[in-house]
Design a protein around this ligand. Structure first.
Ligand SMILES: C[S@@+](CC[C@H](N)C(=O)[O-])C[C@H]1O[C@@H](n2cnc3c(N)ncnc32)[C@H](O)[C@@H]1O
Length: 389
């Protein structure tokens, strides 16, 4: 894990890390491992104290989160005047330069201010007004880097934040957009973090598609920071020292574990997906760590006494496809019914899965979201491997 260091304890800020509903505990554990504490917030928002110099490290290392927001204010906002006045009081000139392209996103939940469009334009007006006053200029050209402000109004309380991340943290930079709808990288990482996967264990995804789960597992095992190959919105901020970014990247590069072999295997019936998976793994720097092959689930032969399966079978959100899914569940059941050294972790939107995988009732079921799709993560624990493997 990345060493926990801060440059300048005086630059105290409050950060809000956002994540999909259901993943708050996973992300909190990640933040704890990075050395943070004092968490508050709920429903996909985790707030905690940090230093401005921690922003690079947090963006680089979080695997299961969506984005990292800098909290600038929280206030009651029951009407537009309150929203404007309190937003106008924020010292925006400390964060946003004159040339910035300013985007405001508003979200209104159970609040008297219900029009997100109006909240967006009031917030932007308040920011622009403040910048014109305090920068003593007549106009803002909006030709520079994008600064995204979020106004999140929940039960008449507004939280105003500045996005430090840019494109969501799931965009690691290793996946080409294939037009398919594969599992998001941060959800795949969360599935791995929720399993008891360790680098010495055998890991299998027999319907691996573009390989996201296995690639995230290999990156975890190699201690590769998921953000190492991409850039972030706050990299151009004057307030976050360039040396904080350089140090965070340098120590992330040093933290990579190069020694040791991993046992990670993926297969899929579709040759095109396996080609995608191989290319993605190479780009992620774990091409040598995973073996991929084209294989129908029905031809898979499990001869090892223990291991872990993490997989998301075709979802079955269309009624017509439900029938086609049943044989896959039955195959999994036949394959693993007598293999109690194997743990299975299956993400699917099809709630009939436990009716067909009958080895036991799931030890745990977790509701998770892949983008807008509600799914369940069925967790079946195998017997722990013996000390000799
Ligand atoms: C929801 S996708 C998995 C997406 C994957 N997690 C990813 O990140 O790209 C389900 C996959 O199951 C594969 N599949 C369907 N039937 C199969 C079968 N009989 N044997 C093996 N793979 C199969 C599909 O080709 C598809 O890639």
């Amino acid at each position: 894990m990345c060493p926990n260091r801060t440059f300048d304890e005086t630059s105290a800020v409050r950060l809000i890390v956002t994540c999909a509903f259901g993943l708050e505990a996973v992300v909190k554990r990640e933040l704890q491992a990075l050395g943070f504490s004092g968490f508050s917030g709920a429903d996909g928002r985790i707030e905690f104290p940090a230093s401005v110099n921690d922003i690079p490290r947090i963006n680089l290392w979080l695997r299961a989160a969506d984005r990292v927001l800098l909290k600038l204010a929280e206030f009651p906002a029951a009407d537009f005047d309150q929203l404007f006045d309190n937003t106008n009081r924020i010292p925006w000139e400390n964060w946003i330069p004159r040339e910035a392209r300013i985007t405001v996103l508003a979200k209104c939940v159970r609040s008297q201010l219900a029009s997100e469009r109006s909240c967006q334009s009031i917030t932007k007006k308040a920011v622009v007004n403040r910048l014109l006053d305090h920068l003593r200029v007549r106009d803002l050209p909006e030709t520079g880097e994008e600064y995204t402000i979020q106004a999140s109004i929940i039960k008449d309380v507004a939280q105003i934040t500045l996005d430090t991340t840019g494109p969501g943290l799931h965009k690691r930079g290793y996946r080409k957009d294939t037009g398919e709808a594969p599992l998001r990288e941060n959800l795949a990482a969360a599935l791995v973090l929720l399993s008891f996967y360790r680098p010495e264990r055998l890991l299998l995804d027999p319907m691996c598609g573009s390989g996201t789960i296995l690639i995230e597992a290999a990156m975890l095992a190699r201690n590769i920071a998921p953000g190492l190959k991409r850039s972030f919105a706050s990299e151009s901020w004057a307030k976050v020292p360039a040396e904080a970014w350089e140090e965070a990247r340098a120590s992330a590069r040093q933290a990579i574990i190069k020694e040791g072999e991993l046992s990670i295997q993926g297969s899929d019936i579709d040759p095109a997906r396996i080609e995608d998976a191989k290319a993605n793994a190479r780009r992620a720097g774990v091409g040598e760590d995973i073996t991929f092959e084209v294989k129908d689930l029905k031809d898979l032969w499990i001869d090892k006494p223990s291991g872990i399966v993490i997989s998301n079978p075709p979802y079955g959100i269309h009624v017509g496809s439900l029938k086609e899914l049943t044989p896959l569940y039955v195959l999994l059941h036949k394959m693993f019914k007598n293999k109690d050294g194997w743990s299975l972790y299956i993400l699917t939107a099809d709630q009939r899965f436990p009716d067909f995988f009958k080895r036991a009732r799931p030890d745990k079921v977790r509701k998770l979201f892949n983008g807008p799709i509600e799914a369940h993560y069925y967790q079946y624990y195998g017997k722990p491997p013996s000390p000799r493997g």
